[in-house]
Design a protein around this ligand. Structure first.
Ligand code: ADP
Ligand code: 5GP
Length: 201
């Protein structure tokens, strides 16, 4: 059987603290066909984050220069900092035959849905805003003001759920992961990107 597969651009969005990063690492660990698109950001690096692993941490000036050079597939200002997906990142991972995972906000997702309508988009929702706040507090990476800002923006983000093809509520982590995997497995078999050739013998 000869099979042709085209790569998938998987966009996941959801409020900060919902568990996107957690679900993304589970998917990347379990499914080697996926690679993470490392974004550029002007946000300061958190202690546990590594340059070129979690993000490319860049200055405002560098961000402006990349923007002028048309290097971003999408970009947005989120929680007072700028974030952008580098076209070069996505292109080089796709050239390696990998499916590419983007963890981006709703403004960025809107741009990707316009520019790459064949992408697969999944909104990850928290079970409640209270649970979201607890997760942000438990993660211990942001102070009270920043947490308040992220929870407030979460109310705005959930209004955009219908823009996405799929939604997953991350209440029980294993259930959410299994739902995300089901979406990915079904999309791998979509004839939009999977073309089996049926031979005579
Ligand atoms: P995001 O990438 O969406 O900002 P994270 O993946 O960093 O979110 O998760 C935020 C916090 O919530 C982390 O401390 C993580 O361990 C925790 N978390 C993730 N999923 C769940 C879940 N289903 N139930 C409880 N806590 C969770
Ligand atoms: P954090 O600062 O917690 O890492 O991310 C904050 C928000 O920025 C999250 O909603 C995350 O999805 C989003 N984000 C991360 N990278 C990008 C990007 O390249 N583009 C856009 N539009 N959003 C991003």
């Amino acid at each position: 059987m000869i099979e042709h597969r085209e790569q998938m651009l998987l966009v996941i969005s959801g409020p900060s603290g919902t568990g996107k990063g957690t679900l993304a690492s589970m998917l990347l660990k379990e499914d080697p066909s996926f690679a993470f698109s490392i974004s550029a950001t002007t946000r300061p690096r958190r202690d546990y984050e590594e340059e070129g692993v979690h993000y490319f941490f860049i200055s405002e000036e560098k961000f402006d220069a990349l923007l002028r050079q048309g290097e971003f597939l999408e970009h947005a200002e989120v929680h007072g900092h700028r974030y952008g997906t580098l076209k070069s990142q996505v292109r080089s991972l796709m050239d390696q035959g990998r499916n590419v995972l983007l963890d981006i906000d709703t403004q960025g997702a809107r741009q990707v849905l316009q520019n790459a309508p064949d992408c697969v988009s999944v909104f990850i929702a928290p079970p409640s805003f209270g649970a979201l706040r607890e997760r942000l507090e438990g993660r211990n990476t942001d102070g009270p003001d920043e947490i308040a800002r992220r929870v407030s923006y979460a109310h705005e983000e959930v209004r955009h759920i219908r823009m996405y093809e799929y939604a997953v509520v991350n209440d029980d982590l294993q259930t959410a992961f299994s739902q995300l995997k089901s979406i990915v497995e079904a999309e791998k078999q979509s004839t939009a990107r999977y073309m089996p050739e049926v031979g005579e013998e």
